[in-house]
Design a protein around this ligand. Structure first.
Ligand SMILES: *[C@@H]1O[C@H](CO)[C@@H](O)[C@H](O)[C@H]1NC(C)=O
Ligand SMILES: *[C@@H]1O[C@H](CO)[C@@H](O)[C@H](O)[C@H]1NC(C)=O
Ligand SMILES: *[C@@H]1O[C@H](CO)[C@@H](O)[C@H](O)[C@H]1NC(C)=O
Length: 729
């Protein structure tokens, strides 16, 4: 039993008595505001300021001082972004001298990650004159002069940049501003008209519609990739109410800014389901200032494992640190421990796109003692829905530096298009897209403004299906009736759902293809030889495609009409997936220290070959329209095998789902053993370079296979719809 227990209980009782009434009222407010938080009247807000929705923060700070008001109209030249949205990054000193940056480090590890992902981004340009947005080669992340990463003589360095132009169209990144003792939220240099993207953003300095609020990012944060949170990864969505109600483990400050909140936290600890652990053992001089609680605190602090606590608690306290932000924010989000923000005046990260009321709670620091009571009364369905949202937001927008940077760029991009188009018709769409699976980062608004045009939101079709466009890549002359390509075309010609067949020719000499005399869909042979080195253009003749479905084929693929039609119908019910006939799987080889591909047929698969697959036109748009990182684009362009595996990566990355394999005729053997070895070898090289480019392996395994009803069952043939599939050998 701790010594302070009695005192604490007394305190808690006092607090509880005083706040019970208002707490109950607050809960009612919370419940009634579910439908429309905006409906809460201003007076009610003020009365109950202890329980705030994230957007309420803006009201509570009304009338505060606004510094140097910049808007997209006054401080940004939008006309530089009209044709395209391009981002330039100044070259670093040592790069200018030709590599080998020996001696002083140019930037902190996070800033290097940020710069690397920007340079690999589809928006990157190496020409500052065509850029819409410019990013410095000077690390401004840490503006605390006491820190090792502090860059000295910054104003001089800015002046020396030829295209600085008083910061116009620049974006500056910052994690830490100010220093002991007041931790001024404003940057310590003249940033002119630059956009500030910053962690711990205080509302009074935040220029709405211009600046961007970032989360505090740890230096070990993944550079690239999209990673599932702890709940999804460990499957611990249940129980809904976890062992602990609320936990915190972190620093306590003995004096100065932020200490009031962190010094009070321990009062919440009840030794049971609310565990508050603080330590004053941090910094160089902690022992000089320690108080009588420190020793005891430290003993308890060491007793609990943080990972154990955070994955076993329903809610996690995220109190302000010296500055308004805290690493606890992303940690809690990742663990699916619903964050309880306790940081007055903090602008929540990316708040203009993310509806935080779906994933966290915001409390006023002064109402600390009401927190546990309030949380106990959150209904289970709300907890579950919020836990799921923590995982969604984490995975899509925060799980890597890449995701964070791209969300930042999308915000700027969206503001530019709002500025250009005046009032945006799509504003409500944007809100929907960013807060629903699969999230705003995988949508490109230049594809369509209508949700149902995207594979993720297709509604059940009315009327007959719109059919598919077949794209066949051909290299070998096919002027004889029995060449594989001509046989394939004949079978496609009879397909009920084919609308158009495009033969993309990259053989030597002029295209030589014998077109079957009878053909239901139109046939077009394109000479794609000039694009031979750009496999994306060969496999996606984008301008020729009018249907939502694309059937990708290689010339030597053997498919009969019924198989193709059955494949199309399967795709029609799974338009967001890649639906193919030939499956393969990847696995890690500890001996070779790399990913390898299976050669033979197997029940389990994670890839389907684009030698015979259906996919939605939106993915073609995504790839063809330069939405890939430049490293990924290079790989997809390099060969048909890399294009095939690359599209599997792209689609699984966007949807988080595996492809779908449809039934394939028995004993179909495409390859000789020599060919098979070659295919496996090229698969291995593609898969390993794609993994580096994506920063992770998005591929997912599946065991399911779509067969026609009654396939190979002992039933009279006339009862089967796709009976020829099993007869042909
Ligand atoms: C804005 O950018 C355009 C295109 O680069 C340029 O022609 C124009 O002079 C710029 N306007 C201002 C006010 O800087
Ligand atoms: C949650 O707590 C249990 C024991 O109560 C422990 O076995 C488990 O590992 C914890 N969860 C995690 C993910 O640490
Ligand atoms: C295509 O359909 C026609 C007419 O129904 C038929 O004569 C022909 O044999 C079919 N071709 C193939 C390859 O199935």
């Amino acid at each position: 039993m701790r010594l302070t227990w009695k005192i604490r209980r007394k305190l808690l009782r006092l607090v509880a008595a005083g706040t019970l009434l208002s707490a109950v009222a607050l809960l009612a407010l919370y419940a009634s505001s579910e439908a429309s938080p905006k409906a809460i009247s201003e007076t009610k807000r003020r009365q109950h300021s202890s329980f705030m929705f994230p957007e309420d923060l803006h009201y509570s700070h009304k009338g505060s001082r606004i510094t140097a008001k910049c808007t997209m109209a006054t401080c940004f030249n939008v006309s530089r972004c009209i044709d395209s949205f391009k981002v330039y990054v100044y070259p670093f000193e040592e790069e200018k001298k030709g590599g080998r940056g020996g001696g002083k480090q140019a930037a902190s590890s996070i800033y290097k990650k940020m710069v690397r992902v920007l340079r690999d981004s589809p928006y990157y340009t190496s020409d500052p004159n065509t850029a819409c947005l410019l990013v410095l080669n000077i690390d401004t992340l840490d503006r605390d002069p006491l820190s090792n990463d502090y860059v000295k003589r910054l104003p001089e360095k800015l002046k020396a940049l030829r295209t600085w132009n008083n910061g116009r169209n620049h974006i500056l990144f910052n994690m830490y501003s100010g220093s002991f003792p007041d931790y001024n939220d404003q940057l310590d240099f003249d940033h002119g008209e630059a956009i500030i993207a910053k962690a711990s953003f205080a509302l009074e300095n935040y220029r709405t519609g211009f600046d961007i609020s970032l989360p505090l990012i740890h230096k070990l944060h993944s550079e690239k990739g999209k990673f599932t949170g702890g709940v999804s990864a460990h499957g611990n969505l249940f129980p809904i109410r976890r062992k602990y109600l609320l936990i915190f483990k972190g620093k306590r400050y003995l004096w100065g800014l932020g200490s009031a909140t962190r010094n009070a936290i321990y009062h919440l600890d009840n030794g049971d389901d609310v565990i508050m652990l603080t330590t004053c053992k941090h910094g160089k001089f902690w022992s000089r200032y320690r108080d009588e609680k420190c020793k005891k605190d430290n003993i308890f602090f060491e007793k609990y494992n943080y990972n154990h606590l955070i994955s076993n608690s329903t809610f996690c306290l995220v109190p302000r640190g010296r500055r308004l932000g805290s690493f606890r924010f992303l940690e809690s989000l990742h663990a699916g421990c619903i964050p309880v923000s306790l940081s007055n005046g903090l602008v929540l990260p990316f708040h203009e796109l993310i509806d935080w009321s779906k994933a966290l709670f915001v409390f006023d620091e002064r109402q600390l003692f009401q927190v546990p009571h309030m949380l106990r009364h959150i209904p289970e369905d709300k907890i579950l829905s919020m836990r799921l949202h923590t995982q969604f937001y984490w995975e899509q927008y925060f799980s890597s530096v890449d995701a964070i940077m791209h969300t930042t760029l999308e915000i700027v991009k969206q503001r530019i298009s709002q500025f250009q188009n005046g009032v945006v018709a799509t504003a409500s769409n944007a809100h929907f897209l960013w807060n629903h699976y699969p999230g705003g980062l995988v949508i490109s608004s230049d594809y369509s403004e209508k949700l149902e045009d995207y594979p993720f939101f297709i509604k059940r079709q009315q009327g007959p299906p719109s059919g598919y466009t077949a794209v066949v890549m051909a290299t070998k002359p096919a002027s004889k009736g029995n060449s594989p390509l001509v046989l394939l075309l004949k079978n496609l010609c009879n397909s009920t759902h084919a609308r158009k067949i495009v033969v993309s020719w990259i053989g030597s000499g002029n295209p030589k293809v014998m077109v079957p005399p009878f053909c239901r869909p139109s046939i077009k042979v394109i000479d794609a030889r000039k694009d031979k080195k750009l496999m994306i253009n060969v496999m996606i003749p984008y301008m020729e495609i009018r249907t939502d479905a694309i059937l990708s084929l290689w010339e030597d693929t053997e498919l009969i009409t019924e198989e193709v039609d059955f494949g199309y119908l399967t795709w029609l019910s799974n338009p967001e997936r890649l639906v193919g006939f030939v499956g393969r799987r990847h696995f890690w080889s500890p001996n070779q220290g790399q990913w390898i591909c299976s050669s033979g047929l197997n029940n389990r698969y994670s890839l389907v070959s684009l030698g015979a697959s259906f996919y939605h036109k939106y993915y073609a748009h995504h790839v063809w329209h330069h939405k890939l990182s430049s490293s990924a684009r290079k790989i997809l362009d390099s060969s048909k095998d890399c294009f095939s595996i690359g599209l599997n990566f792209v689609i699984s990355h966007m949807t988080g789902s595996p492809p779908l394999k449809v039934t394939q005729r028995v004993s179909l053997n495409y390859f000789t053993s020599k060919e098979r070895t070659e295919v496996v070898m090229s698969c291995v090289s593609c898969i390993n370079s794609l993994t580096i480019s994506f920063g992770y392996i998005p591929l997912k395994y599946s065991w399911s296979r779509a067969d026609p009803v009654l396939f190979r069952d002992n039933v009279a043939a006339h009862r089967k719809e796709f009976r020829r599939i099993e007869n042909v050998t």
